[in-house]
Design a protein around this ligand. Sequence first.
Ligand code: FE2
Ligand code: FE2
Length: 173
Amino acid sequence: MKEKELRKLCRQILSPERYDHTLRVVDLSKLLALRYGEDARKAKTAAYFHDLGYFLGRSKKDRALSHAKISERFARKQGITDSEVLEAIRVHTTGQRGMSTLAKILFVADAAEPGRTYPGVEQIRRESFRSLDRAILMIIKRTREHLHTKKKRLSRKTVQLEKELLKNMKEDH
Ligand SMILES: [Fe+2]
Ligand SMILES: [Fe+2]
């Protein structure tokens, strides 16, 4: 799909706030793709689609929990077949063990785009250009603390990803 069409689709489906967020995620995804030698077009496509499911699901629960899956299904319907792009959309909220670099880029861009204002976000944004994996670990740590205040826990997939990244980091040293 052409970028112009993707933008139009997003403008039609997303709320104005979510549309602005999406454009910022697209921009940061592109920069990170260039930084890590990934396909910038693929990174942007995944970013354009990532939150569309919020506005396509039926219930409120759909939106919060499974909007990523709904977004992925919608991307398929729109003719997206690239497995990395689809994976990036599908795992963007929780992450997943063994996720591709493209999927890591969307995960980080979503959490660190310049519209995010939570404490520590600047450090995460800076770290994202040095090490994607370390940026992800910082995001997971912050999410755990945030969920703790709401008496909630990280998804199992996120915990598995964290374990994997920590193990890889130990092996590198
Ligand atoms: Fe999302
Ligand atoms: Fe998002």
